[in-house]
Each structure stands twice: as C-alpha cells, then as structure tokens.
Design a protein around this ligand. Sequence first.
Ligand SMILES: Cc1ncc(COP(=O)(O)O)c(C=O)c1O
Length: 339
Amino acid sequence: MANLAYACRFDRDLKWRTGAEIVPVHCTSANGFRVTRSALDDAYRRAQKRRLRIKGVLITNPSNPLGTAVPRADLEMIVDFVAAKGIHLVSDEIYSGTAFSEPGFVSVLEVLAARAPLAADYALDDRVHVVYSLSKDLGLPGFRVGAIYSSNAAVVSAATKMSSFGLVSSQTQYLLAALLGDKDFTRRYLAENKRRIKERHDQLVDGLKEIGIACLESNAGLFCWVNMSHLMHARSFEGEMTLWKKVVFDVGLNISPGSSCHCSEPGWFRVCFANMSAKTLDVAMQRLGGFVQTSSCKAAPAALRRAAGPARSMSCPLAMNMKWALRLTPGFADRKAER
Ligand SMILES: Cc1ncc(COP(=O)(O)O)c(C=O)c1O
C-alpha cells in the first residue's frame, strides 16, 4: 500500500521486477491530499478483496509528487495503523534535505524514538525501515549511492547480499567521504540549497497565480502539485491526457499528469521547478500564460464569440502574439534547444 499520489517510478522500481503489487491509498484535495485513517482502511480492504498478502505501507516523506513534508500527527497515525495491522512501514525520505519552510521535515525514526517503549512492545523497531539516497539532496543521481536504515536482521541481510550488484566505486566513496566529512561544508550546502529551492518554488507559485493557476501549498521537494483542472475540455482522465499532450507538444513544457502517480482526481499535474534557471522558468510561465489565455478564449461561450465577431477575438492578444513574440526575442533559438 502506498500513500497517494505516489512517485510515478514506484511501479517501475517495485512492481515490474518483483511481481509485488502496490495498492494506492486514495487521498483527495478536500484535505490537501493528506493521508487519513479511513483512506488507509479503505486501501487495506481493497487489498484484502484482491486476496493480496499485505506486507506493509510505503510512504514518501517529503512526498513526491505533492512537495509536502508529512506532518508529525499523520506519521503518528500511520505508525499506529501498521502497529495495529502487524505490517511493515517503509519511509522513503529521499527528499528530507529539501524541506525549506515550516513545519519542517520529521523522520518516522523521530516518531518511533519518541514512543520508544511502546514501539518495542509492538516490535515496530523491527518493522519500520527508512530508505535514502544522495540523488536529490545532493543532486548526485549519477553516483547511485543510497542507504537503508533498518534494525530488521532479514532486511539488512538481504540488502547486504543484493548490494554486490550495485557496489559503489572506490573513487566515488573517496570523493563522498571527503565531501560529507566536511561538516562545515555540508551545513552550509544544505542551508544554501534550501534557500535556492524556496526561491525557485516561490517564483513558480507566484507565476502560476498570475495566470490563474493554483497549487497545493507545499514546503519541500523539487516540484509543485498544480491544479489545472479548469483547463481541461472534460473533467476526466481523458481530458487530463489531452491537456497533458497539449502542454508537452504545443507549449513545450514537460510536466507529469497526476494519473501517472495514481491520483484519483483528474486535472492535477506535477511541475518540477528546481532544475532550471530563473530565466528559463520565466519563459515557461510566459508560454503557459499564453496557453491559458488561448484556452480561456476558446472556452468563452460560443454565442459571445459569435456576437463579438473577428474584432472580439483580438481580445486575446497575448495568446495570439505569443509565438511570434517569442521568435523575435533574442535567445529564442537557445531556448528552443532547451526543449
Ligand atoms: C520518492 C523517490 N524515491 C526514490 C527515487 C529514486 O532515486 P535514485 O534512484 O536516483 O536514488 C526517486 C527519484 O525520482 C524518488 O522520487
């Protein structure tokens, strides 16, 4: 069972090779996509109905794709749930170093530590596992370095045996030891990294607001969870795919549709902001703004458009001028190359 909307890549990483099944825990916009006890119970029942052997709950904290750190109260509730069901909890904390504003990141290990005697009673120490990698916080996905924190002897033994298929090169270990051994550098790096992530996050949120697009309030991650449902021609997953294709092929922006993360409400998209300059994000916002303008012109009542005639259609100058204006802008060829 995995908290929704869960990282698109979990299907590929966890299901395809192992034959394991992932049952999404459905969360909705009504409470900001937070996991609730009833959503967990519902997913548990659905898994039982399918006669699956339920092994555990998988969460990403901070969440991919939501960009939110899981509140302590929600972690408590999830830990209570796995304790009651006698199942495992895997917490993917790969984005823990990105939490840029309050309430900050709380690891499930802190929650366990705070209830230490109780955790031992339920053998939770043995059933809660944390996974981490340097790919996000340090921007080193190519290094292929990660870690599993677990007190479970079977998990540690299996991970140790499997690790021989992905050993980290001596050169990589040498470089990382020097990098991470410098405490002053890591402290300053993390602080500066969070500052820059917040800056770019705010730029995206403000830019989207200006063109009438809202997002889920977020405080972590490298992306925002954006509501574009009003731009769909139909409130369905088909409508979501049609909109996604337009944004990818016509607008030239690569965003992820919520359905690829098993979101049950059509119209939500994950928009990454952290891997681009402020200038590039500006261009993206201009293009999206033009698209929104055209879409709202098309969505205007047909009668109004007929009555207005050709002169009225000129009232969407931004959209119409968008393409040639961008062509006239110096550096457009460079940006085209970025696409
Ligand atoms: C939640 C989550 N976990 C794990 C990964 C895998 O990261 P990597 O294999 O680069 O360490 C990703 C990457 O996108 C992710 O978003």
